[in-house]
Design a protein around this ligand. Sequence first.
Ligand code: AMP
Ligand code: MG
Length: 310
Amino acid sequence: MKSIQSNIKKAEKHLNNNDCIAVPTETVYGLAGNAYSNVSVKKIFKIKKRPLNNPLIVHYYNLDQLKKDCELNENFLKLYKEFSPGPITYILKLKKNSKISKFVNNKKKTLAVRFPKHYLFRKLLKKLNYPLAAPSANISSRLSSVKASDVKDEFGVRIKFILDGGKSKIGLESTILNLLNKPSVLRYGGLDISKIEKILNKKLLIKTNTKKKISPGLFSLHYSPGVPLRNNVKLPYKDEAFVLIKKRNIHLKNYYYLSRINDLDQAAKNLYSTLRKIKKDGYKKIAVEKIPNIGLGKTINDRLNRASKY
Ligand code: AMP
Ligand code: MG
């Protein structure tokens, strides 16, 4: 308990000093900085090597905090009540008098916002009098980090503090919804979109592959393990690591299992750490068996398709 408090204090100190730190979330680890500070936000882009035109998600503790920066709408409030805090990001209209740094959203009139669920991140947000801009804690276009050691592997000494909150429960980034006009999905993520459709009582528009790149997280090469990857493979080549959705009775060195019993939530949680392990084990090529395209399987397939563009 004492160490939790002292770690939160350390985190707070770095953030008040306009530094960025890594924070645990239930989706993936974030690289966080004061969203009201140009200095902090510019540091995030620099450390991640992220193009300045790829806007950041801003993380809030509660609605009172959010109201200072964004206009709320009916669909948002319905979804917020049901799913936040949780793995869902909303695109909302930015208020004119908001203090959000213009570097966060590349001077757009909209803002991506989320209420993360991890208890440490919430404890931290509660103490601050500013929201945190926090993209995933990885070098741009690479795999996201799901534990503190991944963050270290990505950034080494360039990051001053990691708030260690164990392995991320969900293991995939948040689902992003544009709520400005007709609700549309910009990125598949950790919340199954059929659950969102149930609450809104309508089908969502799917804009995850739109040609107009309003969301550079949708660029075709993204979430890349850094080696070539093939999908829907029945039998791998000898030199490939083979990723399977469910455990088999075969014990081959190059077989990596995402779950024991074909469980897509578990597979989601293990996806990035498995791909990182494969790279560490020295494989130069990856083959993945067909993943069912339902529930979080849709998100897994989205990431694997983008990773295969390497
Ligand atoms: P990351 O923070 O790495 O999980 O990526 C955040 C994603 O949110 C990126 O794909 C951004 O392009 C997207 N995003 C952030 N702000 C906006 C916005 N105002 N409009 C559309 N997409 C956004
Ligand atoms: Mg990212």
